[in-house]
Design a protein around this ligand. Structure first.
Ligand code: GLY
Length: 333
């Protein structure tokens, strides 16, 4: 049967799985028989999902889509809300500093084409998610770090400002009294914002932004700015993003894993559970001391979330059964 005819005749529900080898006339020796890709038929409604209790961020992301913005615009604008909020001590301005008292930020963004931009260890610039987008849009590179990232941001018109607020400075000074200069590795000090959005066209994009592990060593980079770990988007399948102990997410490449599991037919929920299981298995009993959580969204608009410990939460903005759009908060306790 010709490929076009096969595709026409294939009746699919909202999400069906077909084998790649049945779509391609393979004449090489690569065995693709166990690879699967979903085919989406129904129109997907816009949706925004983000880690933690961030109703303002998801609302702005949602409004961006309502005004005709893309999912990429939505993810960027949503992340900016938390970066500007000085009461959020894990993201942007007001973030907790490294152990030397310097606030350093990591962020990344991915669009529907699978393009990626990121910055790591950036000082004095609040909206690193937007700098990451500029890296993606305006440079031949994908990651800029430290001084170079800051200089690039300034050349793009970003304002340099002090990110260490009085509150975060006071907390850091308290920490110094008892810490013996050891970074804090525990399950509380993580509120990285990872956001995934689908727009009116049905395209998915995402962003992730953080000040990282509290009182980390200078120069430490976590998962949030690293493609496949803190965030991964594939416009054929969906997206995933992470929060929590970056070192553990990096070692298991959690967000890429989730998207690949969804490609193979797992639901977002099943895929998040499997990714957390990998972290737990890999870390032995150490998982008791840290938190890792994932959220995922597939191209049917289905969501999933899973974490190691209680206390993880996430926010979804979508159409409800009465055709009203509203934000819902889910606390995984
Ligand atoms: N997930 C944020 C970090 O570990 O830096």
């Amino acid at each position: 049967m010709k490929r076009r005819n096969f595709l026409k005749k294939a009746t699919v529900s909202s999400l069906s799985i077909v084998t790649v080898s049945s779509l391609l006339n393979c004449d090489n020796n690569i065995n693709l028989s166990d690879k699967t890709i979903p085919i989406i038929k129904t129109k997907i409604k816009p949706i925004v999902i983000a880690t933690w209790n961030v109703p303002n961020a998801t609302e702005i992301a949602w409004k961006t889509i309502q005004k005709g913005g893309s999912s990429l615009d939505a993810a960027e604008q949503g992340c900016r809300v938390e970066e500007a909020d000085i009461n959020n001590q894990s993201v942007g301005k007001g973030g907790r500093p490294d152990r030397d008292g310097n606030v350093t930020l990591d962020a990344c963004i991915m669009n529907k084409e699978g393009d990626y931009g990121a910055v790591t260890c950036v000082e004095d610039i609040t909206h690193v998610i937007s700098v990451a987008r500029k890296v993606m849009d305006n440079t031949p590179h994908v990651i800029l770090t430290g001084y170079g990232a800051k200089q690039f941001a300034i050349s793009e018109g970003f304002k340099a400002e002090n990110l260490l607020t009085d509150k975060s400075k006071k907390d850091w000074q308290e920490w110094q009294k008892t810490s013996k200069y050891k970074p804090i590795i525990n399950i509380e000090n993580h509120d990285t914002i990872g956001m995934l959005a689908i727009d009116e066209k049905g395209d998915i994009a995402g962003g992730c932004t953080t000040s990282g592990l509290s009182y980390k060593m200078a120069g430490r980079v976590g998962d949030s700015a690293i493609i496949g770990s803190g965030l991964f988007i594939d416009n054929e399948i969906g997206g995933a993003t992470a929060t929590g102990m970056g070192e553990e997410v990096l070692k298991t490449v959690g967000s890429f894993l989730i998207v690949e599991l969804m490609r193979q037919g797992k639901s977002p929920q099943q895929a998040c559970e499997e990714a957390v299981k990998r972290v737990v298995q890999k870390s032995g009993t150490r998982y008791k001391d840290f938190q890792v959580g994932f959220i995922a969204l597939n191209k049917s608009g289905e969501t999933g979330s899973y974490c190691i410990h209680e206390g993880f939460s996430y926010q979804v903005y979508k159409e409800n059964e009465n055709k009203n759009y509203k934000s819902e908060y889910f606390n995984k306790s």
